[in-house]
Design a protein around this ligand. Structure first.
Ligand code: NOJ
Ligand code: CA
Length: 713
């Protein structure tokens, strides 16, 4: 890893009472820290002279402790430094990332208790990160957090792109509203009958995206969530102050802390250009460098799956409708009656392998391959899955050998049914079983309430479980794609074997009633701030009843929009979600999915407005190919794309997959056009996208003979 580090250290040891100022490297952001009345730590932030965060207090309320870490502080020392380094991610949107910030660390002393607390601020050109550090000390060895009291005081009633607070799911459509409207809208913003565990009518999840009336884009999230509970935000809607609200564990505690340690970073990105938020690497930069020495086995991949047919209800994960159970010691499924709809049969899986191999896919996910599926849904049982035993109609060795011979990697599936203890008990055997059978990647899942009972998907205990699985997987050289796990916070920098996460409302909801057509114009501003999403795009048949007559869902997206997602929803792991038979009907459009890269040297955000549109161009890693994606919300819109990112004096062929003039996500989603044109770095394109539509472009360098007969753009 190529590293240039430049550090200047200045240490003041004194009792300082005046405000401490920290400026971003480009001087546009200014953070100032001071102790308010009664010694309360207070910070504020401005951008280009405009206030972004009004004076906001910092601290933690402790449980069973005579004194919390909230006030009575004096500054015992401050330390400033500057840092600039460059690092190369194992996979990513760009080849090289610059980590450039100015830092201020304030050591506080609590007078009454003589306890020490450090608040460390890092100010980048695109935002602020800060965290609490608890140094080793006899007066604060071990403590329990009752609540973290970090404030983010807004300057007004901003427009927010939010999902309601919930300790167990993030799989919601986003609501766009004023902050002041959250209270009124939060009930209807959650899925009816969802197992929501709400805590406040004004509670929201991070990353929270906002826009001020004078055009500032503000994003609140966290980085490096390790051994701590996941942060929600609760809004005081009288004063427009957002305050941290940690996820409690089964006992109601919000953190068991043992010094020396630190909190995750609290992050505030800010810009007057929405594209800067999408291009920011701040969340990764606030995480530790890669801890895996040999990363050669971590490989981005495009995969298909025996999956969409189960999600749509065309086939089933389970083999039988009877209830044999691993827990009851019944593992011999040859004696039970099959239901006749099982998806993961040897023959069906081989059909997918053939298709995946023919079209050059790297991998194939197979869900419902292992026993236990008929027994867990809605049940709170601890021992359901063993992650080792295939159903009798899935011949694992036969499938394994067939896939190897065809050059397709099998992708493992471990649905844990939320039973984290059961998974941990089986983990070593399950991972060894994967290695023995040449599986290098696993999709994990945590559907249902967490077991042990009372724990939540986002509390400290369960956050530690996901981390344990990730680190254990690294020992086995296994890549993880975790569904229903905690939202990512840039940990993939440290453990790049975390190649995917769901942790938001993915494509599956298009088969569960549909998602808002502008959903994919918001996700990159919210969920993707912390890392890539296994969004599972590529649905070509939007009328789900064509797959399952009993499912009247509609995928609220045009086909061209589905193609664009491979570029706009950055991920080193991309699925082609639909069935082979649906791709076979549209092989000309399918070509884009086959061609598009999954790893990049460079990314240029060309246009962006949360809730409305995103256009991005990316250069394929190690190749002279570019791909452009545009996704559009409800209102039809025309993009202007300049190709000035291309190399000068070179000629390229651009294949443009676009919405046909009559396309519409609901009434005419499969209307697309494909055209090939010659482009150079001087070309400009004016391209219309339909409601819920978009366009995708592949650009390859070409010589004179190849461009013959093609029109110039
Ligand atoms: C929910 C996941 O998001 C989905 O992808 C998976 O197929 C099911 N759980 C079953 O594990
Ligand atoms: Ca899910």
């Amino acid at each position: 890893m190529n590293r240039i580090i430049f550090t200047v250290l200045l240490i003041f040891v004194a009792t300082i009472t005046y405000a401490q100022e920290l400026r971003s490297p480009n001087n546009q952001l200014v953070m100032s820290f001071s102790l308010g009345g009664n010694g309360i730590p207070t910070y504020q932030l401005s951008y280009k002279g405009k206030t972004v965060i009004k004076p906001s207090s910092l601290g933690l309320e402790l449980k069973n402790d005579s004194k919390s870490l909230l006030d009575d502080f004096t500054i015992s020392s401050t330390q400033t430094s500057s840092h600039e380094s460059f690092w190369e991610p194992v996979w990513g949107e760009v080849k090289k990332i610059r980590n450039h910030y100015n830092e201020l660390a304030i050591t506080l002393n609590q007078k009454e208790t003589n306890r020490q607390l450090i608040i460390r601020f890092r100010l980048f050109d695109d935002g602020l990160g800060f965290r609490y550090e608890f140094p080793l000390q006899s007066k604060l060895a071990y403590f329990i957090i009752k609540e973290e009291r970090t404030q983010f005081a807004m300057t007004g009633d901003h427009t927010a792109f939010w999902i309601a607070g919930d300790y167990d799911t993030q799989e919601y459509d986003y609501t766009t509203s004023r902050l002041s409207e959250i209270r009124k809208l939060s009930k209807s913003a959650v899925t009816p009958n969802a197992s929501q565990t709400p805590f406040s009518p004004t509670g929201v999840q991070t990353a929270l995206m906002m826009k001020t009336d004078d055009g500032l884009y503000i994003n609140l999230h966290e980085a490096a969530l390790i051994n701590y509970s996941c942060m929600h935000l609760n809004l005081d809607d009288t004063n427009m102050i957002l305050q941290s609200w940690l996820t409690p564990d089964a006992t109601g505690d919000k953190g068991n802390i043992q010094a020396p340690t630190q909190s995750p970073w609290r992050t505030i990105m800010v810009s007057d250009d929405a594209r800067t938020i999408l291009a920011s690497a701040m969340t990764y930069n606030l995480n530790e460098p890669c801890k895996i020495e040999d990363t050669s086995w971590i490989k981005p991949m495009k995969y298909m799956g025996v999956w969409w047919e189960m999600i749509t209800g065309k086939s089933s994960w389970s083999y039988t409708n009877d209830l044999p159970s691993v827990q009851l010691g019944i593992t011999d499924y040859t004696t039970v009656k099959p239901n006749g709809t099982h998806g993961a049969t040897t023959a069906n899986v081989k059909r997918y392998i053939d298709f995946a191999a023919e079209h050059g896919f790297d991998g194939l996910l197979v869900e419902g391959w292992n026993i236990g599926w008929e027994d867990w849904f809605g049940n709170e049982k601890d021992y359901v899955f063993d992650f080792l035993t295939p159903y009798p109609d899935f011949n694992l060795p036969e499938v394994r050998d067939y896939a190897r011979q065809k050059g397709v990697k099998m992708v493992m599936h471990h649905e844990t049914s939320g039973s984290t203890r059961n998974y941990e008990r089986h983990l070593d055997k399950a991972f060894q079983f994967m290695k023995d059978n040449y599986y290098d990647a696993v999709k994990t899942g945590y559907v249902g309430p967490i077991l042990p009972k009372g724990y939540y998907h986002y509390d400290q205990w369960t956050v530690n479980h996901y981390q344990y699985v990730l680190e254990k997987a690294a020992e086995y050289k296994i890549m993880i794609n975790a569904h229903e796990a905690v939202r990512p916070t840039g940990i993939a920098r440290t453990y790049p074997n975390l190649i995917g996460n769901e942790s938001a409302r993915g494509t599956e909801f298009q088969a569960f009633g549909g998602s808002k057509p502008n959903h994919v114009t918001i996700l990159p501003f919210t969920r993707l701030i912390g890392g890539p999403m296994d969004y599972t795009p590529g649905v070509f048949e939007m009328d789900i009843s064509k797959l399952n007559p009993n499912n009247d869902s509609h995928c609220n997206s045009t086909l061209a929009n589905q193609l664009a997602l491979y570029v706009t929803m950055y991920s080193p792991l991309q699925m082609a979600a639909d069935l082979p038979e649906n791709y076979s009907r549209f092989l000309d459009a399918f070509q884009f999915i086959k061609d598009v890269a999954v790893d990049w040297d460079d990314s240029k955000y060309l246009e962006a407005e949360p809730g409305q549109y995103i256009t991005v161009a990316r250069k394929a890693k190690g190749k002279k190919e570019w791909y452009i994606g545009n996704v559009n919300g409800e209102t039809p819109r025309t993009s202007t794309v300049s190709f000035d990112f291309l190399e000068r004096d070179k000629t390229y062929i651009a294949t443009i997959y676009a919405d046909a003039p009559t396309a519409h996500y609901k009434s005419n989603p499969q209307a697309y056009t494909i055209r090939k044109v010659v482009v150079t770095n001087k070309s400009k394109l004016s391209q219309r996208s339909a409601a819920g539509g978009g366009f995708a472009i592949s650009i390859v360098e070409a010589d004179k003979t190849q461009v013959k007969g093609l029109k110039k753009l």
